[in-house]
Ligand binder design. Sequence first.
Ligand code: GLA
Length: 691
Amino acid sequence: MLEIADNGRTWILSGPASSYALHLTEGDELLHLHWGPRIGLADAEALAVRPLPDYWPFESPLDGREEYPVEGGPRFVRPALSVRTDERRGTEWTFEAYERAEGGELRLRFRDGGLAITLHYRMRHDVVERWVSLDNEGPAVELLRADSATWTLPDREGGWRLSQLHGRWAAESRLVRAPLTYGEKVIGSRRGHTGHQHLPWVALDTDATEERGEVYGCALGWSGSWRIAVAELPDTRVQITGGAGYDDSGLLRLEAGESFTTPVFAGLWSEGGFGGASRAWHAYQRAYVIPDADRDRPVLFNSWEATEFDISEEQQGVLARRAAAIGVELFVVDDGWFGKRTSDRAGLGDWTPNPDRFPGGLKPLADYVHALGMQFGIWVEPEMVNPDSDLYRAHPDWVQYQPGRKRTELRNQLVLNLAREDVQEYLWEQLHALLSSAPIDYVKWDFNRCFTDAGWPDDPYPQRLWVDHVTALYRLLDRLRQAHPNVAFESCSGGGGRIDLGVMSRTDQVWTSDNTDPLDRLAIQHGFTQIHPARVMAAWVTDSPNTQLNGRVSSLRFRFVSAMAGVLGVGGDLAEWTEEELAEAGDWVALYKEIRPLVQRGDLYRLRPPEGGLSAVQYVLDDEAVVLAWLQAQRYGEPVPALRLRGLDPAASYECRETGEVHRGAVLLHHGLRTGLRGDLDATVLRLRRI
Ligand code: GLA
């Protein structure tokens, strides 16, 4: 809901539980008024007449209070907008008009010379989506920096704490929480993709717990380089500024008639602690971001860990038969099916099946997989090329490179310059032909190296390839989805290197991490679900001892229960699994299908974090709940604590399907459910139904 004051200078957007208000002064300064619990227009108007502090000349009363601080004038905070023309640098805007656009969107239009600057606000559930569009109607303007938004936190006594999700390859999205101090904390990526190092999300609180207290969160929808800066100003005010690009050294040059729209930077206020904030983010993404989120994702098999590059049609057929027998619904052939791709040294760029491995193309295997009752998927990495490929031999200038400099190879590959129209057209043709050549239902879209030599010889403004690469990727995905509406896409980047609200709005699930160790995964999943829902969080059961990382030995039970917390997949070498293991796997897959609606569409409660002993998550949907619990190590013979459940009706009774016991809701909420776990690396699934 959007309400506007009579004078047309105070605006308030409200969701079910929260409001966001802003005000334009007579001097056209756009000030933040409120972000928090629901208030009315009269409250916002009362806030609007409060005078600004009377600062000495060494501080600015605007700092820490503006919605979108531009560069120039009495401001010393990090500018969200920094532009220059041939004549001058900075912005001095005048307000032109506001507009109430479709879907309750508020647009505020400002102008500085030929540059029109429009701030967009839209409330969806309790998430405020903010972005900015810049339309140049005058002489060329260079956008040095154009952030999506600056968020302002209220004054609170006691310090703020910052939560972030940090990581690296095979160790993504690990939650860290630390006090914020004066100055700036900057996270981001200067790698050309979202990166494994940080998810583009932050949360700020003063004293929240998992279930209680105020939490502010911000998440960026951009799959290229990005930056989020959290600043604590000298008067303890806190602002969060974020957008595309890491540096301030030039994002784009807008010629007359050109425009740029920033990605969305979404913000959420919640009073329900970290868990409540996560559930609100999940509900928002399921409703507004993830395509077809009400359609449950199938159980998949992926051949990567089983076979790596050594694949053939016949061997994939053997795996497919075994996968079908344990109840898998989608069979995905990973790397190695195309070009001369018998190792990571060759083939990227040549998206036609390897004739030695797939003599009849992919169709015979796809048909076979369909006949087994499964969908068929393949792996691609379209934005890359191996120098040893037909594509590179034909078009050595289609990659990112600096003239006269070394072309840095990582994993023996170079990055294609997707900003080039001929490259975009080539990829469209190749992928469209591929998806038309066989009944393919699923594409795992990978991105396995960062930008290093992001040059574009002959282009007058080569820096633009950082932004244009991402917009070209988005257009390509959108075009493919439109032409092949029944194909689902997975975003992968060496595991979780490209996970953000931008890519998530055009893919159906994401590859959470190349780390499939079931214990490590608990922490990765704990971090991941701070912002994203289990509905997109792909997790595979792989072999024990773990082949990729650490050789850890774990039971099939532990591996399955760990992976069942997300979108279940199987990635072990089924050809080597015993009859007993296959039978047990079949039971777990069947159980997953039963609890899948709760996991993929229910409310997620993190009951205990994975910090050594017992950890657990619970999903609730309508009258059902399911608890997934893991015991890492039982020590000193200490009894394993009961799990206090959440989201249940205290007045109702619940039957546990596993034990047949009937529990009172109030008892489960206040005294907990015993899990029966013991020893090391034990795990269980407990289903509860209201009776
Ligand atoms: C990346 C992915 C893996 C696998 C390999 C194939 O590392 O994350 O799952 O697809 O590429 O080369």
